[in-house]
Design a protein around this ligand. Structure first.
Ligand code: ADP
Ligand code: 5GP
Length: 192
């Protein structure tokens, strides 16, 4: 890829607990030409999360200011009034530098990004083997209260109905197997 060529957009979607963060980390380690687009959110940081690394953690007022300024390519309310959005300046700067940009976003945001970038974007859906397995993985991750776990599972059930909207569906059953499939799909899309 020459530096004059704009990068492509890789959209990784899964219901909460479906393996996006795990897979995103592997993608970034495996491909130097791919950079992560850090989204903005109004949720609180989890233990170990850093401002500007996993997310830009904003107050609802700061988030609204950026909405009003037109800084988001898309944004959605995810659950319990918590908002998440993809920052246009960050994505465009990285693409302009010739990097492919990795987005970890939910279903509706993914559909909107796909409308903007069309064949320059690949929308990948990571599907859990079952809702029971998903519940177990989320519970084992230890990041949720009973209330947020329930809200995330309810949302997950709805999101699973949208798999037809995606370019590629990968079942995240056995981690190494699913990773190899994802790696090959991305290699083919970015052409290396
Ligand atoms: P997401 O970012 O989509 O919410 P995570 O990547 O945090 O999901 O994965 C949720 C939990 O499930 C994590 O604790 C992760 O280590 C675990 N996990 C992810 N993929 C697998 C897999 N294929 N098999 C077993 N555990 C997995
Ligand atoms: P979490 O709180 O688990 O980090 O993320 C919750 C959900 O918000 C996940 O499905 C994640 O992919 C999604 N998300 C993260 N950033 C964005 C974004 O910029 N836009 C949209 N639409 N969803 C996002």
């Amino acid at each position: 890829m020459t530096k004059q060529e704009k990068g492509k957009v890789i959209i990784l979607v899964a219901p909460s607990g479906g393996g996006k963060s795990t897979m995103a980390q592997r993608v970034l380690e495996a491909f130097d030409s791919v950079k992560f687009s850090v989204s903005a959110t109004t949720r609180s940081p989890r233990e170990g999360e850093k401002q500007g690394r996993e997310y830009y953690f904003l107050t609802p007022e700061e988030f609204q200011e950026r909405v009003d300024r037109g800084d988001f390519l898309e944004w959605e309310e995810f659950y319990n009034g918590i908002r998440y959005g993809t920052l246009r300046p960050d994505v465009e700067r990285l693409r302009g530098e010739g990097y492919h940009v990795l987005l970890d976003i939910e279903v509706l945001g993914a559909t909107n990004i796909k409308k903007i970038y069309r064949n320059q974007a690949l929308a990948i859906f990571l599907k859990p083997p079952s809702l029971q397995v998903l519940r177990q993985r989320l519970a084992d991750r230890g990041t949720e209260t009973e209330k947020t776990l329930q809200a995330r599972l309810e949302r997950a059930e709805k999101e699973l109905a949208y798999e037809d909207r995606f370019d590629v569906v990968i079942v995240n059953d056995e981690l190494e197997r699913a990773w190899e499939e994802l790696r090959d799909v991305i290699k083919q899309f970015i052409g290396r």
